[in-house]
Write a protein that binds this ligand. Sequence first.
Ligand SMILES: [Fe+2]
Length: 317
Amino acid sequence: MILMKPLSNRKTTVSATPFDLNNDDFYRQWRDIKLTGYPQTLGELVVELNDPRKLTESEHQKLLSLCQKTNMAVYAGKTGDDPDPEIPLLMGRAFKLLELDHNWLADKTGLTSLKVVNDGARQNFIPYSNRAINWHTDGYYNTENKQIHGLNLHCVMPAPDGGENQLMDHEIVYIKLRDENPDYIRALMADDAMIIPPRIGKDGVIARKEEKGPVFSVNPVSGDLHMRYTIRTQNVIWKNDPLTLEALQRLEYWLESDSKYSYQGKLESGMGLVSNNVLHDRSAFEDSDNQKRLIYRARYYARLAGTSVSDVYGAGG
Ligand SMILES: [Fe+2]
C-alpha cells in the first residue's frame, strides 16, 4: 500500500500545481513525495483480481493507489482469453472513464482491436502490423481538444513471441528534465515545439490537418501534466531551436538509458494496463497459426478518476 498525505489542507486553486515553473517550493515538495517509495519493478504494479467486470472495492483501491503514485497499474484478471469488450469498457467505467476517443479505425464499441490486419486501411498503419513501435504517448496527432489523457489496454491473446511493452511515467521524465534544466521544460511547453504534418489520403486530399502544439502542457483547472510525444523522427517536425533540440536529446536519453523508472513486461491473456497515457513502446512480435495477438485499446479524453495531483497532493505553494 502506498500512502500519500496531502501537502496542505487548503483547497487547490487553479494556479497551485507542482508543474508551475514559477513555484519551485511546491515542485520540490511534490517531487520528494512522488519519488519516495516509487515502485522499482513492474511486478510492484501488478494487482491480481478476479473479474474486471465486477471489480471489488479493495481491487479498485489497490489499482487507484498505484495510479496515484505512478500514473499506471497492471491488472491480472481471471478472464483468460475471453474477448468480451465489456471487460476493458467496465474497467474504464470503474475509473469514471466514459468518453472514448472513437478514432477512425476503432471498433463500434469505441475500443480499438490491435491485431495484425493485412487488408483495408489498417494494413497501412504500424499498430495493425507486427512491427515494433517506439516510445510515444497515444494520440499525439490529435487536435488540442481531443488529447488523450487516459489509456487502457486489455490483452485477450498475447503473441507467442514478442509484443512486450516498456512503460514510463511521463511525470518522471518531467522531473528528470526539470532537475537538469528548467529551461528544457520551458522549451517543450512552447506551443510550436512539435508539429505533426497533415496526413494526405490516397486521393491526395488532406485526411488530417497539421497539428501544432507543446510536448508538456498543464491543465489550467486540475493542474495535471499532459505529455504529447513520439520519439519517431518521420512525420514529426520539431522546433529547430538549440534549446528544444537539446531538451529532446535529454528526453531520449532518459527513455533509452536503462532507467530504474522504466518498466518492461508482457501482458498475458486476462491482463491489462490502466494509465494516464504514460509513455510506452511495443516490441515486434510473431503470431503463429493458432495464436494471434489481440489487444483491446481504449483511449479517453479524461484521466483516471481520483488520480489528479490535486486529489493526491492537495495544494502547495
Ligand atoms: Fe500507444
